[in-house]
Design a protein around this ligand. Structure first.
Ligand code: FAD
Ligand code: NAD
Length: 475
């Protein structure tokens, strides 16, 4: 007989594990099934984010940032750093330790909240019946539930004629585990992963070339931000080639030859390693039996309504496997909302205020609309901006690059978007998200006291600048 739960969550990434914990907090008998196995062969709930995404990439970004600053910025402080070197295996082991701590933490959270965890692959069939195939090879386990939450995440997109071998031609997983710094690294796609992981290896000494098919750099960001960011990243040594479509790659004698097409026609480039980061797609392999009643969209996403209900009664879906941005915090918030809806509580997600962060140095962060989106929509707006070069704290910390740009409705002054390129942009954006959630105006932020000296004063000054009353810049 099948074990019965109130809620079964399939997938234990930041969507699934958070949904399971919240459901259990609300008194629901909950199970979470996740198939991820760590590098040590042990169960590792936490999904892409904790194992091969957000966290390990930030660990390597942090190590490589120290190394880069040591070589480029410490002399100005009078600190001598001759003969600095990087031991890649130590850096990777540090990253692995952080991942292990966090995935073990999820296991502990499951125990603490009385979530039953299965290390296996879940398959949903009609009537919310779920079969678990354990990773350890033991026999299948039958479960059933009143509600099932699908949170199976995403995997890298592969492109034709570029076959990954997980050593020389890799995706995010392989590039988080290089054993040495490659002399040359090709990156297909100058998107979020290409920029973050390209930066890691560039800072450690690799010559990194980003091959981007689109003619514009980081088209999803506000144009003023992407323009400054491109200039800065080129200065840091990233060779960003726009309008360059990758047609194929061949591995021979430990060298990867990439065929590209740009405005000059076809040519070949050779690299020691190649990172493929051309986007991600929903992962639903083996998740659904034919009779599950769950429909997919033509893009392979699980079809859901605005409250994450799938086409099968009592079956919900969240995170990367459904519509919307593929971001960990978006997945988690959907997980919480669905658990609360199942428990009979009201829940709502405001997709317009999902913040984006690119963890380059300086960081890029934004919330709301870009100026180009407002123009396209024919909206009337005012713009305020403030450069970090005029912020005392930024200068004291050697962080004078970048700006804050704020867009506000020309009539109501409601903030429509904030775009930041600068140090700690990932933290500064939170204030702007709060302001937008409360439908705040630029005047609201302009009248709030910001501590001195802090980077947040740049947000304050950008808000003041919307009405041309910034103090520390010409208006
Ligand atoms: P996932 O995290 O992919 O988790 C899904 C889990 O379900 C996996 O463990 C998978 O093994 C398991 N699973 C799938 N099918 C089954 C099944 N049938 N049975 C059992 N288990 C199953 N986002 C950010 O917000 N900030 C960042 O800084 C950031 N950095 C990133 C860096 C990289 C290199 C990458 C690749 C991604 C990054 N992301 C970042 C995106 C983020 O990782 C995803 O948006 C997030 O992990 C999605 O969460 P999820 O729960 O939907 O899916
Ligand atoms: P992406 O969509 O950000 O960028 C992919 C890029 O590859 C695009 O610019 C695209 O034009 C280009 N491209 C596609 N095919 C190409 C080809 N044949 N030749 C040259 N260029 C080509 O995708 P990603 O960087 O793989 O990241 C996937 C997703 O993971 C992101 O969209 C984001 O949702 C998530 N992510 C988030 C973070 C973060 O929040 N900091 C970090 C990493 C990943």
């Amino acid at each position: 007989m099948a074990d019965k739960f109130d809620v079964i969550v399939i997938g234990g990434g930041p969507g699934g594990y958070v949904a399971a914990i919240r459901a259990a907090q609300l008194g629901l008998k909950t199970a979470c099934i996740d198939s991820f196995t760590g590098k040590d062969g042990k169960p590792a709930p936490g999904g892409t984010c904790l194992n091969v995404g957000c966290i390990p990439s930030k660990a390597l970004l942090d190590s490589s940032k120290h190394f880069y600053h040591l070589q480029h910025d410490y002399e100005a402080h009078g600190i001598s750093t001759k003969d600095a070197s990087i031991d890649v295996p130590t850096m990777i082991a540090r990253k692995d330790g952080i991942v292990k701590k966090l995935t073990s933490g999820v296991t502990q959270l499951f125990k603490g909240n009385k979530v039953t965890y299965y290390h296996g692959k879940g398959n949903l069939s009609a009537g919310k019946q779920v079969e678990v195939t354990p990773v350890d090879g033991s026999g299948p386990i039958q479960l059933e539930a009143d509600n099932v939450i699908l949170a199976s995440g995403s995997v890298s997109i592969q492109i034709p004629n570029v076959e990954m071998d997980d050593e020389y031609i890799v995706d995010n997983v392989g590039s988080l585990d290089f054993d040495t710094v490659p002399e040359t690294l090709g990156v297909i796609g100058a998107g979020v992963i290409g920029l973050e992981l390209g930066s890691v290896w560039n800072r450690l000494g690799a010559k990194v070339t980003l091959l981007e098919a689109l003619p514009g750099f980081l088209a999803i960001a506000d144009k003023d931000i992407s323009k400054q960011a491109a200039r800065e990243f080129k200065q840091q040594g990233l060779d960003i080639r726009l309008g360059t479509l990758v047609k194929g790659a061949e591995l021979e004698d430990g060298q990867v030859t990439v065929t590209v097409e740009d405005k000059n026609g076809e040519s070949a480039l050779t690299f020691d390693r190649l990172l493929v980061s051309v986007g991600r797609k929903p992962y639903t392999e083996g998740l659904l039996s034919d009779d599950s009643g769950v429909q997919l969209t033509e893009r392979g996403q699980i079809q859901v309504d605005e409250q994450s209900r799938s086409t099968a009664q009592g079956v919900w879906a969240i995170g990367d496997c459904v519509r919307g941005p593929m971001l960990a915090h978006k997945a988690s918030e959907e997980g919480i909302a669905v658990a609360e809806l199942i428990a009979g509580k009201p829940a709502h997600i405001h997709f317009d205020t999902v913040p984006w962060v690119v963890y380059t140095d300086p960081e890029i962060a934004w919330v709301g609309k870009t100026e180009q989106e407002l123009k396209e929509a024919g909206m009337e707006y005012n713009v305020g901006s403030f450069p970090f070069a005029a912020n005392g704290r930024a200068l004291a910390g050697g962080q004078g690059t970048g700006l804050v740009k704020m867009l506000a409705d020309a009539h109501s002054d409601e903030i429509l978007g904030v775009h930041i390129f600068g140090a700690s942009a990932s933290e500064l954006i939170a204030e702007c998200v709060v302001a937008m959630e409360f439908q705040g105006s630029s005047e609201d932020l302009a009248r709030i006291i910001h501590a001195h000296p802090t980077l947040s004063e740049a947000v304050h000054e950008a808000a003041l600048h919307v009405e041309r009353r910034a103090i520390h810049r010409g208006n």
